[in-house]
Design a binder for this molecule. Sequence first.
Ligand SMILES: O=P(O)(O)OC[C@@H](O)[C@@H](O)c1c[nH]c2ccccc12
Length: 265
Amino acid sequence: MNRIQNTFTEKGNDSKLMSLFLTAGFPDLDATVDLILGFEKNGADIIELGMPFSDPLADGPTIQYSSDVAIQNGITMEKIFGMVKEVRKQSEIPIILMGYMNPVLRYGVEKFCARAEEAGVDGLIIPDIPIEEGGIIEQHAKNSKLSLIYLVAPNTSDERMKQADEKSQGFVYCVSVTGVTGAREGEEVSKSVNRFIERVKTNITHNPVMVGFGIKSHEDAVDIASNADGFIVGSALIDTIKKNYPNEGWQSALFSFVHSLKFGN
Ligand SMILES: O=P(O)(O)OC[C@@H](O)[C@@H](O)c1c[nH]c2ccccc12
């Protein structure tokens, strides 16, 4: 069993897991390791570490911005692996690398998976690989004991949800709304999300389900994840960093936001 599966096994039925997305190298190269460790201390159960890419087609403006900053800061694959290695000296939190296929192809799929395993990565989310194209990475991921996590959205058919369940290990990522990443306004989201998650639950029976996209508070999380195993937050964290960095106390402001996401205020 890997770290991701362990985390779900240990969770128990009543609590929800919190997975936090952070762009590697944002807001600066030195911050990433400390932020991951601080997230863990403040309630994060899983870390999704974003591999910045210049053409992030599933991302809204907030995560695009963080990717641009990280690229300007000089982030590279090697540096990302180095960050994971640093975290592993102090922590066993599951780490999932999240990014687009193009940089992985350029790096070399086999080498990428081997280096990821060696660094201490547990899984991969590559949102631009459709399930049918998964063959491009599945065997290498398996050889390197990396869980592959596929995404489903409200416009995903029952049939494809079942395929996503068969092909995923660790959990299936439920995208709460059709569209790009980012915090959204409005109350209507949660009702339709709950219907979507009900359909997800009838099709996805092997894996836990995590819900993400548009969660920006504890209330959102409780609401949206009520029928899921946990929730994922990304843009709201990046926005919080953006608001406070590099003022003194920007990290503690972020960590108290993280704490409030999990536990309420
Ligand atoms: O930013 P949000 O709305 O909180 O959603 C999580 C999301 O950022 C993170 O999981 C993610 C970042 N980039 C992605 C690309 C596709 C799917 C998901 C993602």
